[in-house]
Design a protein around this ligand. Structure first.
Ligand code: GDP
Ligand code: IMO
Ligand code: MG
Length: 452
C-alpha cells in the first residue's frame, strides 16, 4: 500500500507538513529524487523541524529511506542528523547503495556554471540552490558518477575518482579558464583528500547500518503488508521533463519517478494514492516565468510583500525571498494530468485571509487564443496572459479553532474556492492547511484508508 506526496507547483507547497500528517500511518517514508536542495518543514506542537535530506517521517519515528533516485551529500546528511538528534529525535535513515553521491566538486561546478550563466547576460541563470544537484545528476547520466556503494569499496572509489576528478578539473581550467590552485576551491579536486574523506564516510555508513538495497528492502516490506509513503521533493513545474525547462531541477519530482527512484514496482505504486500538494497561491524561488506574479504595480508588490511576510515565504535552504503570484490553475491542470492525482491537499488558506481581492488564473491567453494548460516552452509560457476569475475573499478567523472543529467550520468563501479547485482538477480535497502545525491541517480523508 503506497501513498505518494507530490508538489503540484514550484516547490515549497507544504509537502513536509502532509508527509508528517499522514506519516503517522506509514511504516516507511521514502525520498525518491532530489537531494539537499529540498527544505521540508514539519511543525509539531510549536516545535519546528527543518528537513533537507532526512525524510520527514523522522518526526514520527518512521524508517526513512533515501532511494536510488536521490543524490546524497553525506556531509550535509550527517550534519542534519546531528541537528535533529539535538532536537530530541532519533532518525533511522538508510541510504540506497545505488544512490549517487554529491562530492565537493559538484557543488563547486554548480557555482561556476551559475556564475558563467549570470555573466553572459542571456538570462540563463537558473538560481539553483548551489548544492551540486545538477552536476551530480549529469555525472550519473554521463556514467562517471560515484554511488553510495562505491564508498564501501576503497579500490573502486579510487578508480572512479581518478577518472572523474581530472575530467572536471579540465573543464574548470580549460573551459571556464579558472586557475583552481589560485582559489580556495582546489581542495574539492584533490583525489587523495577526497578518497580519504569518503572512505571514512563509507565506514561510518556501514558502522551505523545506514546503507540498503532499496528495491529489495521495499519489496520485502511491501510484501509483508507495510505502508509505504513516498515523499516527493521540489514540484511538478521544476521537473526536468514536465516542468519549465531549463528553469528546473535535474530530477523528476513527478509521481512516476517514485517507482524508478526507489525500485518498488510501478504496478505496486500504481495501486496506491497520489496526493497533489497545492499552495493556495504561488511561490517561486529561482528564475523562470511566473505569469501571475504580483510585481506589475506598487499595489501588487505591496500585496506580494504582505503574503511573503505572512506566509514566511523565504527559502528554507537559501533564505532567498520567494516570488509570489496568484494561484495558477492551468499549471495545476498540467500537474493533475502528469501525476494522476487521486486527491489534493490545499495549504496556506489562512495566509489568504483578510485580502481586499482574491484572484485565480483560470486560463491563459496566448496569441489570441484561450488555453487551459501550460505550453511546452518557456518562451511561449512567458507570453501567456492570465485570464482571471475573481473569488469572494474570506476574513481572518481563529484558524486553530477552525482546525479543531473541522471542514464545516471553514468560511463559506474558502469552501467555494476549494470546491472550484477540486472540480477543475478532477480530484477531491483530502486536506486543508490552515497553519503550519500538525494540528492545523483539516483532514477530510486519509489516503492510506483509500490506497489499494
Ligand atoms: P515543502 O518544501 O513543500 O515541504 O514546504 P516548505 O517547508 O519549504 O514551505 C512551506 C512553509 O509553509 C513551511 O514553513 C511550513 O511550516 C508552512 N506551512 C505548511 N502548511 C501551511 C499552512 O497551511 N499555512 C501556513 N500558514 N503555513 C504552512
Ligand atoms: P522543496 O522540496 C523550491 C529550485 C531552485 C532553482 C531550481 C534548480 O523544498 O519543495 P537545484 O539546486 O535543484 O539545481 O535548483 O529548482 N528548487 C526548489 N524550489 N523548493 C525546492 O524544494 C527546490 N529545490 C530546488 O530554486 O530554481
Ligand atoms: Mg521547501
Amino acid at each position: 500500500m503506497t501513498v505518494t506526496i507530490v508538489g503540484s507547483q514550484l516547490g515549497d507547497e507544504g509537502k513536509g507538513a502532509l508527509v508528517d500528517r499522514w506519516g503517522g500511518d506509514a511504516d516507511v517514508v521514502v525520498r525518491y529524487q532530489g537531494g539537499d536542495n529540498a527544505g521540508h518543514t514539519v511543525v509539531e506542537g510549536g516545535t519546528e523541524y527543518k528537513l533537507s535530506l532526512v525524510p520527514s517521517g523522522a518526526v514520527r519515528d518512521k524508517v526513512g529511506i533515501l532511494g536510488n533516485g536521490c543524490v546524497v551529500n553525506p556531509r550535509t546528511l550527517f550534519d542534519e542528523l546531528d541537528t535533529l538528534r539535538e532536537q530530541g529525535l532519533d532518525p533511522d535513515v538508510r541510504v540506497a547503495r545505488r544512490a549517487h553521491v554529491i562530492l565537493p566538486y559538484h557543488r563547486v561546478l554548480d557555482g561556476i556554471e551559475e556564475e558563467a550563466k549570470a555573466d553572459d547576460d542571456a538570462g540563463q541563470e537558473v538560481g539553483t540552490t548551489g548544492r551540486g544537484i545538477g552536476p551530480t545528476y549529469e555525472d550519473k547520466a554521463g556514467r562517471r558518477g560515484v554511488r553510495v556503494a562505491d564508498l564501501l569499496d576503497a579500490a573502486a572509489l579510487r578508480e572512479k575518482l581518478e577518472y572523474a576528478v581530472p575530467h572536471h578539473r579540465a573543464i574548470v581550467e580549460d573551459v571556464y579558464g579558472i586557475d583552481l590552485e589560485a582559489t580556495d576551491r582546489a581542495e574539492a579536486f584533490d583525489v587523495d583528500a577526497l578518497h580519504e574523506e569518503f572512505v571514512a564516510i563509507g565506514e561510518r555508513l556501514v558502522e551505523e547500518g545506514m546503507t540498503v538495497n532499496c528495491s529489495d528492502f521495499l519489496y520485502r516490506r511491501s510484501k509483508a503488508g507495510d505502508r509505504i509513503m513516498f515523499e516527493g521533493a521540489q514540484g511538478t513545474h521544476i521537473d526536468i521533463d514536465h516542468g519549465n525547462y531549463p528553469f528546473v531541477t535535474s530530477s523528476n519530482p513527478t509521481a512516476g519517478a517514485s517507482a524508478v527512484g526507489s525500485g518498488l514496482g510501478v504496478t505496486t505504486v500504481g495501486k496506491g494514492e497520489v496526493v497533489g500538494i497545492v499552495k493556495a497561491y504561488l511561490s517561486r524561488v529561482g528564475s523562470g516565468p511566473l505569469p501571475t506574479e504580483l510585481d506589475n504595480t506598487d499595489e501588487e508588490e505591496e500585496l506580494a510583500d504582505f503574503i511573503r511576510e505572512k506566509g514566511g515565504e523565504f527559502g528554507t535552504v537559501t533564505g532567498r525571498p520567494r516570488r509570489i503570484g496568484w494561484l495558477d490553475v492551468p499549471m495545476l491542470r498540467h500537474s493533475a494530468r502528469v501525476n494522476g492525482f487521486t486527491g489534493l491537499a490545499v495549504n496556506h488558506v489562512d495566509v489568504l485571509a483578510g485580502l481586499e481581492e482574491l484572484k485565480v488564473c483560470h486560463a491563459y491567453e496566448l496569441d489570441g487564443e484561450e488555453r487551459d494548460t501550460v505550453p511546452t516552452t518557456t518562451e511561449r509560457w512567458n507570453r501567456c496572459e492570465p485570464v482571471y476569475k475573481e473569488f469572494e475573499t474570506w476574513e481572518e478567523v481563529d484558524w486553530s479553532a477552525v482546525a479543531a472543529e473541522g471542514y464545516e467550520a471553514l468560511p463559506e468563501a474558502t469552501k467555494t474556492y476549494l470546491d472550484y479547485l477540486a472540480e477543475e482538477l478532477d480530484a477531491p480535497v483530502y486536506a486543508v492547511g490552515v497553519g503550519p502545525d500538525r494540528e492545523e491541517t483539516i483532514e477530510l480523508a486519509n489516503p492510506f484508508e483509500k490506497s489499494g
